[in-house]
Design a protein around this ligand. Structure first.
Ligand code: GLY
Length: 328
């Protein structure tokens, strides 16, 4: 019930603000002609995969000061990248089978510009390197050594990303070296974040250390624009968490946005994107994938395969963690 109420509030916020804006505007005859210009009705909002209050609060602080959505999502996800207790993102992330922490991230702005890094070592803030790729190069994606060299040139600090805790867990894992993606215990705790700013512009970011104990060189969905993240400023945005291979196969985030373009709500679009993964896949019970989405009106939605995925929304109504509906 609480969830439904919140979603209703999110979806009604634009309409409510719109009518109050028009009402106050119409008190003044001169301003009446401006009533159809609804830009002022737009209210900032941020949504992120998982229960990440520190990240969404940071993003919200940018938005409420009038900052733009791009700065908000970058600042928001950086909180998780720096949090060594989050072992799926940034510093402290779980390593690959060889004991190397490698990061994947991307960022996308309201103009359709995007930047990404894959297999990045020794730099905590992969999302900021991705943003530099977007802003300072003619390219969209840099990988591995080239990405690290670029980050170095841009003045990013080199750090050891493998913490003692993650190292000890990896050593324990190596005793059996059994590779089984584990559902819902932080193994795919990728953070994807979408925000709308006061100008009504939508931007997004997605960052991860990827699947724990992955094969060396493995890259997931998170840095792949269209899979782990997609933004269309006319329509909305979507981002994914979970087993990236399945998201890549279905170009999940692009699919969610295109479904919204066809008139689906963010909730319905996320459900259909999960259905595409489940359909015809006999192993779907071994997979977790979660999507979140936002449309141009600030309506939000989320859906996943297994119960246990939640997402966080911060808007003028405050912040709330929402337990996602699931296929199973
Ligand atoms: N969704 C993160 C990954 O699969 O790497």
């Amino acid at each position: 019930m609480q969830r439904r109420k919140f979603l209703q509030k999110s979806s009604l916020s634009t309409a409510a603000v719109l009518s109050s804006s028009i009402l106050s505007t119409c008190k003044n005859e001169k301003a009446k002609a401006a009533a159809p210009l609804v830009a002022n009705a737009i209210k900032p909002i941020v949504i992120a995969t998982w229960n990440v209050p520190n990240a969404t609060t940071k993003a919200w602080q940018v938005l409420e000061k009038g900052g733009n959505a791009l700065d908000a999502v970058e600042a928001g996800v950086k909180v998780e990248e720096a949090d060594v207790d989050n072992q799926s993102v940034g510093k402290g992330g779980r390593p690959d089978r060889e004991g190397h922490v490698t990061l994947d991230a991307c960022i996308m702005d309201q103009h359709g510009n995007c930047g990404a890094v894959v297999y990045l070592k020794n730099i905590t803030h992969a999302v900021s390197v991705a943003r530099k790729v977007m802003e300072d190069t003619p390219h969209v994606m840099l990988a591995g050594e080239g990405a690290e060299q670029f980050a170095d040139e841009k003045g990013f600090e080199k750090e050891t990303l493998l913490t003692e805790k993650s190292r000890m867990e990896w050593l324990e894992w190596k005793k059996e070296s059994k590779y089984e993606p584990v559902i819902n215990i932080e193994n795919h705790d990728t953070i994807g974040m979408l925000a709308i700013d006061a100008q009504g512009d939508i931007c997004g970011a997605c960052t991860t250390s990827g699947m724990a104990y992955k094969m060396a060189g493995r890259v997931g969905d998170s840095p792949i624009v269209g899979s782990g993240l997609f933004i269309d400023n006319e329509i909305g945005g979507a981002t994914a968490t979970g087993q990236g291979e399945e998201v890549v196969k279905t170009v999940g985030s692009f699919l969610v946005v295109e479904l919204m373009r066809q008139g689906r709500s963010p909730q319905s679009a996320c459900e259909e994107a999960v259905n595409r993964i489940v359909k015809g896949n006999p192993n779907f019970k071994d997979i977790q994938v979660g999507y979140i989405a936002i449309n141009k009106n600030g309506q939000t939605g989320g859906y996943c395969i297994h119960p246990g995925f939640s997402y966080r929304v911060y808007s003028e109504y405050g912040h709330e963690n929402i337990e996602s509906n699931s296929y199973l």
